[in-house]
Ligand binder design. Structure first.
Ligand code: GUN
Ligand code: ZN
Length: 484
């Protein structure tokens, strides 16, 4: 298959990569705007000029269109849409999920997608809705897998995407991911997540995506089908999603909604247009409200904002600051915050993919204590060379003669020897005034050291205010809190 994916930079489980499709390259994370040929609010050519390298359109709409079907068959999609980039087509499965049935078979849609010159073609997978029980999800997954195998058999040379289904059941998603991986796919969309996103069910989204990712190889490009609003892109990228297709820019515009990276507004709520895009800098909120061209102008703004967020995420990955961006974005809605916390529950899995060293670590509150960098540091702690008596000094002072080893302490990480003072994360972390959660996390680091060295004697030297907390976290700990 002529789809290949190369990871260039990574952060958490997110990556900046290159998706090569035939002879075209798409930088990832990438946003594929959804193009409806019947309502081209923004033409694909304009999108290309805005930096769009790939788009997605619906083969089902083309196939049933009196206006476009014959042209697509005769001229090909790139000519009809007037777009030089990568064009992915969807099969009609989304219509299936909305209307319950479609008048097309798996073979027919695949044949059609190929004939109109689509660069990435999608079989007729079944998007199992989140309220489906396990039996139905499992049954529909069997059908989806049969269709994926049929697609490979019928079109062995096509650029096929392998959609991962399985409803809200993590074990089914993982199994589906593994089965599709075993078939050799390098491009896998995760399907049936639109209803989760529409209803702010981000915790379930996190569970489903991470489960699918467990089954898939890290070398596979992962597309999140139908996502979404830019406020959730950072979270999705942190889990290892590489591509998004979104109609939000147009759907929101139709409803008079103005997208920002942390939420959206009705255009009549806006006194200002707080955005640097061309649209927002060329008119006032009042003018936008009164404009006859409002829907198109909003669509343009919405798409600019969405593309800028993708660029920001790519930059954050290269800077090693994706956690900070996720933290910031997920504070824009309580349900996103819940999803973020759920992701942190899986930090041990994510730590396996994360970089050992980064440029910096900014403490952004309690959630930061559970980040991958903290877990990784706690895994390093048992390897710190120590003597028989170890004093962990919160204020950097020694002064207790019977201890041969004095370690410093930096929350939320924990104890460290002077040799690590300049290395990541100790040297590159910015931590505000200590709070209870970070000191507790640091105490977990002390426990990790104690567990690795049961033969040594340990004590903590700290300000009086921390004594109760230290004793709570490390019962029986020897604590010094006065000058000795
Ligand atoms: N668009 C949004 N969700 C889905 C899905 O699950 N499958 C397909 N093929 N397209 C989608
Ligand atoms: Zn704007």
């Amino acid at each position: 298959m002529a789809i290949s994916f190369e990871v260039v930079h990574k952060d958490i489980a997110g990556r900046v990569g290159k998706l090569r499709v035939n002879d075209r390259t798409v930088r990832t994370p990438a946003l594929l705007p959804v193009v409806n040929p019947h309502l081209p609010l923004i033409t694909p050519r304009e999108m290309q000029e805005m930096g769009v390298e790939a788009l997605i359109t619906n083969a089902y709409i083309f196939r049933r269109s009196t206006e476009f079907c014959d042209r697509a068959l005769a001229e090909g999609l790139h000519s009809v849409l007037d777009f030089d980039g990568v064009i992915m087509t969807d099969s009609g499965s989304f219509q299936l999920s909305v209307y319950g049935k479609v008048e097309v078979s798996n073979r027919e849609t695949l044949e059609f997608q190929r004939t109109i010159g689509s660069d990435i073609i999608v079989p007729l997978d079944i998007p199992t809705p989140p309220d489906a029980g396990r039996e139905r999800a499992a049954h529909e997954l069997v059908t989806t897998m049969d269709r994926i195998r049929e697609a490979q058999r019928l079109f062995p040379d096509a650029n096929l995407a392998g959609p991962v289904q399985g409803g809200i059941f993590p074990d089914l998603r993982e199994e589906a991911g593994r089965a599709i991986q075993d078939l050799g796919f390098s491009f896998c969309p995760i399907g049936a997540v639109v209803p989760l996103m529409e209803n702010y069910r981000y915790q379930e989204l996190v569970e489903v995506v991470l489960a699918a990712k467990r089954g898939l190889s890290p070398a596979t490009a992962v597309h999140l089908f139908g996502a979404g609003h830019p406020s959730m892109f950072a979270l999705a990228v942190a889990m290892g999603c590489d591509l998004f297709d979104s109609a939000a820019y147009a759907l929101f515009a139709r409803e008079g909604r103005y997208i920002t990276p942390h939420g959206s507004f009705r255009v009549d709520e806006l006194a200002e247009l707080p955005c640097p895009c061309q649209v927002c800098r060329s008119m006032t909120a009042e003018e936008l409200r009164r404009s006859e061209d409002q829907e198109r102008l909003l669509a343009l703004h919405n798409l600019y904002v969405t593309l800028a967020e993708i660029a920001r995420i790519r930059q954050a990955i290269q800077d090693g600051t994706l956690w900070e961006l996720v933290d910031e974005r997920c504070r824009s809605h309580p349900r996103l915050l819940a999803g973020y916390r759920d992701l942190l529950d899986h930090a041990a899995d994510l730590a396996r993919y994360d970089n050992v060293s980064k440029r910096r670590f900014f403490y952004c509150g309690t959630e930061s204590c559970r980040r991958t960098e903290v877990l990784r540091y706690h895994e390093v702690i048992p390897r710190i060379p120590i003597g028989e008596g170890v004093l962990v000094s919160f204020d950097g002072r020694g002064g207790v003669p019977e201890f041969d080893t004095v370690l410093n302490f930096k929350p939320p990480f924990g104890p460290y020897p002077t040799e690590l003072a300049e290395t990541f994360p100790i040297g590159q972390s910015e931590v505000p005034e200590w709070d209870d959660d970070m000191v507790r996390s640091g105490c977990a680091g002390i426990r990790a050291l104690m567990e690795a060295h049961p033969e040594s004697r340990f004590a903590v030297r700290c300000d009086e205010v921390w004594v109760p907390l230290v004793l709570e976290e490390i019962p029986g700990m020897e604590v010094y809190h006065e000058r000795v």
